[in-house]
Design a protein around this ligand. Structure first.
Ligand code: PLP
Length: 616
């Protein structure tokens, strides 16, 4: 039995019970049951499950921990937060988020014009909107419009030219100007693979000299009273608390200095995002060395201390953590299409009357392997295979011999695993260290786990069922793109152990967890695999759950349309090629066109149920 580190990464969102991984909420349905229900509607391929109750859980945790810290330190400022849209802009995520956000007055952060439009349209009344990122005049104008629509909008300046633009646009608008924030460039930088947002060489923010200049410009243009916030963001997935504390000390002192220089309405410090998520499946690797409680205590305590030292008002605290809010809400379920060694069965053997001696020996090993010699025979078979493959390259054995070699070695591996299973972990591990079984998954790693491809970020992964059985196969995972990068392999020290399933008899699914932040929008359409079918799982008070907002993966025609193909022209070309073909009887041409049309409206993922072979 194995729990796939669920106690480390799942934050009790999911539990293992009765051999199944279950949603730890209300009626506690298993993911297996949910996915079966979805597949009953004819859906095949990968499915992204959204759990809005997990969005609520994270938001509630963020607010309650900050408010607890504020109370316990008798801090005078208040806590506010916004969701950074770049982390997940998908409509079904936003649709769930907005009503959940309302009672918290949780707002939105926009980093581009399109994101700002989403914020302006959907943000709850009175909840804050912060606008970051590089801004041209139209983006600034949108910010002014947002303020006019009644949104509590803050435009954060990344450079002095943006401030010039704001001053210009303010003249045009004559009256209501949004709040102005200044992004500060800190010495402190984050750590880890996302560390480029902070530090002296950061892409963003004003240096001390520029801050002084900005103050001048604000004063001269009569906008100093609009300056309400300083902002910094030292990077995403900040795994250690120390850089956060350093950044806060720096930012807190800048806040106090600017206040003393006359920024009388400057009352907010915005810490940006960066709260880390624990992705680890292993006891000894941790991706985060602090708890939310520790984080909030440190922030509140430090800001209180600085304000006290410098004799200024304790600022309100803003955060823009996105990963922490969104990651857990989505789970990607992928069907296993094939186990690589599955095709190697005894039936496939084509032994000759006289086999090459090493092949014969492999056969004898296979026939006489037993619990006491299993490991030894296993090693011998790998040695023999090496030699036989060399003999093939040199032309001494033929393709039939080579095929027999491959089959026999795989049969020996399987038998060795079976026999050593009884003898315990250590023995089995000696096999698992040497051979990995390849599991082919119906999904695209480029589309659904782009951070694995781009950054080597690992996501917790586990099977949905059979969790009361000890898994015996050390696995590597392959996606269905035609790209050799479409593989997730596992270090021998931290293997992924999966079950040896017969896919002709049963279905087997793997789920990737914590994929709700960044993965969807960063996903790329390599081989034209698009966003997987998505379903929102919503729980009622009585515990029952409903499947909502199903959006099937795009059809082939839609994918081509998105690439700007003229799909009418494309369809006519196909049609006339069929009409002109001598290879199709005239009477059958209409039927063929009909078939083609049906296929064009399917999605691009494989439509295979291993149990029954291909679906119609
Ligand atoms: C990306 C970003 C965030 C969100 O960061 P997370 O690591 O997802 O919390 C917040 N603020 C700014 C300015 C950002 O660029």
């Amino acid at each position: 039995m194995k729990n796939y580190g669920i106690h480390i990464w799942s934050n009790d969102d999911f539990i293992i019970e009765d051999g199944l991984v279950k949603v730890n909420y209300r009626s506690k349905p298993s993911l297996y049951e949910i996915i079966k229900r979805i597949r009953e509607t004819g859906i095949r391929g990968p499915v992204l499950l959204r759990f809005p109750h997990l969005i609520r859980k994270q938001i509630a945790a963020l607010y309650s921990e900050f408010n607890r810290a504020i109370e316990s330190f008798e801090y005078k400022g208040r806590f506010h937060a916004v969701f950074p849209l770049k982390v997940n802009q998908f409509p079904n995520f936003i649709e769930s988020l907005i009503p959940i956000a309302r009672p918290f007055n949780y707002g939105l952060e926009a980093g581009s014009k399109a994101e700002l439009i989403i914020a302006m349209a959907y943000n709850n009344k009175n909840a804050p909107i912060t606008v970051n990122g590089f801004k041209d005049r139209s983006m600034i104008t949108l910010g002014f419009l947002s303020a006019r629509m009644g949104h509590d909008t803050t435009l954060t300046i990344e450079g002095l030219n943006e401030l010039e633009n704001i001053i210009e646009v303010a003249k045009e608008f004559d009256g209501l100007t949004p709040n102005i924030g200044l992004r500060i460039r800190l010495h402190t930088s984050g750590i880890g693979i996302w560390a480029k947002s902070g530090g002296i060489n950061s892409k963003f923010g004003l240096t001390s000299t520029e801050l002084l200049e900005a103050m001048e410009m604000l004063r001269k243009s009569g906008l100093l009273d609009r300056f309400t916030m300083i902002h910094f963001h030292i990077g995403s997935q900040i795994g250690e608390i120390n850089p956060v504390k350093k950044a806060l000390r720096e930012a807190g002192n800048i806040y106090a200095e600017l206040k003393k220089m006359g920024a009388k309405n400057l009352n907010n410090i915005n810490l940006g995002g960066g709260l880390a998520v624990e992705y680890s499946q292993h006891e000894h690797i941790h991706h985060r060395n602090y708890t939310l409680t520790e984080f909030t205590n440190d922030v509140v305590f430090l800001l209180k201390e600085i304000a006290h030292q410098k004799g200024v008002q304790e600022p309100d605290i803003y955060t823009e953590s996105g990963r922490f809010i969104a990651a857990s809400h989505a789970v990607l379920v992928t069907p296993v299409l094939e186990l690589f060694s599955q095709e190697y069965t005894e039936k496939g053997l084509r032994l000759k009357e006289h086999n090459p001696p090493l092949v014969q020996e492999l056969y004898d090993l296979y026939k006489s392997i037993n619990p006491s010699n299993a490991i030894e025979y296993f090693h011998d078979s790998l040695d023999h295979m090496e030699s036989l493959l060399t003999l093939f390259d040199l032309g001494y054995i033929d393709l039939q011999d080579r095929s027999n070699t491959e089959i026999l070695v795989h049969l020996i591996i399987k038998k060795a695993i079976e026999l050593t299973k009884e003898k315990g972990r250590a023995e089995l591990k000696r096999i698992q260290d040497r051979v990995q079984e390849r599991y082919l998954l119906n999904f695209s790693l480029f589309q659904s786990l782009p951070d694995f491809w781009g950054l080597g970020q690992r996501f917790p992964v586990m099977p949905l069922n059979r969790l009361d059985e000890t898994p015996t196969r050390s696995a590597s995972l392959w996606d269905i793109t035609c790209d050799s990068d479409g593989e997730i392999d596992f270090n021998v020290d931290y293997p992924l152990l999966l079950h040896d399933v017969d896919l002709a008899k049963e279905e087997y699914f793997l789920a990737f967890f914590l994929v709700g932040a960044y993965q969807e929008i960063l996903g790329m359409k390599h081989n034209l695999f698009t966003h997987p079918t998505e379903v929102t799982v919503e729980f009622a008070k009585d515990g029952s759950y409903t499947l909502k907002n199903m959006v099937e993966a795009q059809s082939i025609l839609d994918i081509l349309y998105d690439l700007d193909y003229d799909i009418n022209a494309l369809q006519s070309r196909l049609k006339s090629l069929i009409a002109e073909s001598d290879l199709i009887e005239t009477a059958k041409k209409d039927r063929i066109i009909e078939m083609l049309n049906l296929l064009l409206h399917e999605n691009n993922y494989l439509k295979i149920s291993p149990k029954r072979g291909e679906d119609g």
